[in-house]
Design a protein around this ligand. Structure first.
Ligand code: TXA
Ligand code: MG
Length: 323
């Protein structure tokens, strides 16, 4: 059942109404270049509480605060290291989240009680317009996790959001339709609370790209189970069907591989991305397609573990082991 309203024409008046909806303490799901987010006023504890209820997410699991530009950084974060500023200058607006020491404005209900806050400046024009408009009327910013039920696949279209959360949203909540997410997988999360940065979650911004900005100090990749972040729970990014990396003898399975790789006999080809970027772009929609078609197994021919392939494999491994 679909309870919330949705706007497919995100012109200035819709953006103003969406910002007012957030100000009133309601929820607004909105497109970003990575995946769709479920937004609330980051300074309103009741509104943020509803995000957790709608997602079915444990309340100690922190949320990313979405700000309009680098100029808003010092409002939410303090003791910002020089390298974090360099990263922000290089990759914002864009698919990168920085974990920084929080100021008092980032309260426990956002950070899961941690002394750090996650900040991101999205580049999607609808997300940008909404955040700018909301900052204008609120002296706040937008807290938003991916707009899916906890542990499920992130939504990359307005229809995905409706499918995930439609029955949990209320009539005064809103969903903004911005078409398909450009990138299709979540942001790269970088912990900037020590003397050198650590990648907590791989994403569209690769380790190599980060290293090219931070030539001297470099960047580490965290072990996937060290801290509380997306995928540190089992069954993350997982569709209902079983995800198999590599080979399977189940000839009625769905199959995904880069263009040029042959479909094993009997399997149903669900996607043939021509590039690694396209692989990321179609990954989650292919998971959803497999479920819609009622397949019991989805066999994925894994991309090489390099560049953007690292982020895709991180998600595929979680999806495969989370069964
Ligand atoms: O691309 C994205 O990052 C999307 C779009 C909507 O911006 N958002 C997203 O949010 O993926 P979410 O909540 O689904 O995943 C963000 C992850 C969470 O697992 C959370 O634990 C982690 O970021 N995180 C947030 N704040 C953190 C903090 N202070 N310390 C460590 N991890 C944090
Ligand atoms: Mg998520």
């Amino acid at each position: 059942m679909i309870n919330s309203q949705f706007f497919s024409n995100c012109a200035a008046d819709s953006i103003r109404e969406a910002a007012a909806t957030l100000k009133a303490g309601h929820l607004v799901a909105f497109p970003t270049e990575t995946v769709y987010g479920l937004g609330a006023d980051a300074r309103n504890p009741e509104a943020v509480k509803r995000i957790y209820e709608v997602k079915g997410r444990p309340s100690d699991h922190p949320l990313i605060v979405h700000i309009s530009s680098i100029n808003q950084m010092e409002k939410w974060a303090k003791e910002i290291p020089e390298y974090a500023i360099d990263l922000a200058r290089a990759f914002w607006p864009g698919p990168m989240t920085l974990i920084l020491k929080r100021t008092e404005i980032a309260q426990d209900f956002i950070t899961g009680g941690q002394e750090t806050v996650g900040l991101r400046v999205p580049s999607d024009p609808i997300a940008q317009a909404l955040i700018q408009e909301f900052e204008k009327i609120s002296d706040s910013a937008i807290a938003a996790p991916s707009a899916n039920r906890f542990g499920h696949v992130s939504p990359t279209s307005c229809a995905d959001v409706q499918e995930e959360l439609g029955e949990y949203l209320f009539g005064y909540d809103l969903v903004l339709d911005g078409g398909r997410s450009l990138i299709g997988i979540e942001s790269t999360i970088i912990d900037c609370t020590s003397s050198s940065p650590v990648i907590l979650r791989s994403g569209f911004i690769t380790k190599e790209e980060i290293e090219s900005i931070l030539e001297e100090i470099g960047v580490e990749q965290a072990s996937p189970y060290g801290v509380k972040f997306s995928g540190s729970f089992e069954k993350h990014y997982a569709p209902k069907c079983k995800v198999i990396l590599g080979e399977s003898t189940n000839t009625s399975a769905g199959f995904v591989a880069l263009l040029g790789i042959e479909t094993p006999r009997g399997m149903a080809r669900l996607a043939s991305p021509a590039t690694i970027e396209e692989f990321a772009h179609v990954l989650y929609s292919t998971f959803r397609k497999a479920d819609r078609e009622g397949l019991s197994e989805l066999v994925v021919h894994p991309p090489k573990e390099e560049g953007l392939g690292v982020a895709i494999l991180e998600r595929l491994k979680k999806a495969a082991q989370g069964r």
